[in-house]
Design a protein around this ligand. Structure first.
Ligand SMILES: Cc1cc2nc3c(=O)[nH]c(=O)nc-3n(C[C@H](O)[C@H](O)[C@H](O)COP(=O)(O)OP(=O)(O)OC[C@H]3O[C@@H](n4cnc5c(N)ncnc54)[C@H](O)[C@@H]3O)c2cc1C
Length: 231
């Protein structure tokens, strides 16, 4: 059975469960040798950014042995600053993670290893193994998957270089800093209309970029017109 919230999923018992990790194909951790000697843990957390470190912290506070495995490629690594995270607003994502790691590793039962998990397998109740790309295998009673999500950017020249700077997915994260300027919303479907509505909180000048699509329906056009008229 899979249960969980946000990007963290706790795996509970299911016969013959086997997960092949392919969430982070860009990560090349083959040259990193794990430095954690201990092999048996209560919980292994795969993914060691905000979600994984938060999960591990609570586990360490129950005095249980916990191992975090991380390839060091968080989704927000393209942004200079992270916003809207209470107590850390404006701090760099790298710095927040570093503080989180340092606080976690003050707990004697907490461990952290750099490496890529390539296979997780359930053998029997309370018995999982996780294999790293380096070949090292760790055992645990539970696994937490906190590997985040990956962005697949559209193939538009210049977009990738601006990702996390002037091209963003979340106005709540970075809209404040870009407020007042002209904003473009890339049309990907009718839900883009919702984005246009949201972004009017930060800019009066929002342009819907059709990206060559001739799929913008008359209904969407009418909604846009009434939105503009109501400004
Ligand atoms: C450009 C950008 C800017 C953002 N800015 C903000 C912001 O300002 N405020 C905000 O609230 N949110 C922001 N976000 C959303 C942001 O991604 C999250 O807040 C945060 O990164 C989520 O943390 P996470 O731990 O869930 O996932 P991630 O940060 O993606 O962390 C997942 C970790 O798992 C590791 N991993 C993946 N696969 C494996 C594997 N097989 N083995 C071992 N490790 C693995 C990765 O290397 C990574 O370190 C932003 C997103 C983007 C794209």
């Amino acid at each position: 059975m899979l249960s969980g919230a946000a990007s963290t999923i706790m795996l509970t018992s299911q016969k013959g469960l086997e997960i092949i990790m392919n969430n982070d194909p860009q990560a090349d951790s083959s040259s990193i040798e794990p430095k954690v000697e201990q092999r048996q843990f209560d919980v292994i957390v795969i993914g060691g950014n905000f979600a994984g470190l938060s999960a591990a912290l609570q586990i360490a506070r129950t005095r249980r042995p916990v191992l975090v495995i991380d390839t060091g490629k968080p989704r927000n690594r393209f942004a200079k600053a992270s916003h809207g995270f209470l107590g850390h607003d404006g701090r760099s994502p790298t710095q927040i993670a570093q503080i989180g790691r340092e606080q976690l590793l003050q707990y004697p039962t907490a461990h952290y290893v750099e490496g890529k998990a390539i296979r997780a397998e359930r053998h029997q109740t309370d018995s999982f193994s996780v294999e790293l790309e380096s070949g090292t295998t760790y055992q645990s009673k539970r696994i937490v998957l906190a590997m985040g999500v990956m962005d697949h950017l559209p193939d538009i020249p210049g977009l990738a270089e601006r990702w996390g700077k002037t091209v963003n997915s979340c106005p709540y994260c970075h809209g404040y800093e870009l407020a007042g300027g002209t904003w473009g919303v890339l049309y990907t479907g009718e839900a883009s209309l919702h984005q246009v509505k949201l972004m009017l909180d930060w800019s009066d000048n929002v342009v819907l970029l059709s990206n060559g699509s001739d799929q913008i329906s008359d209904g969407v056009r009418a909604d846009l017109t009434s939105m503009v008229e109501s400004l």
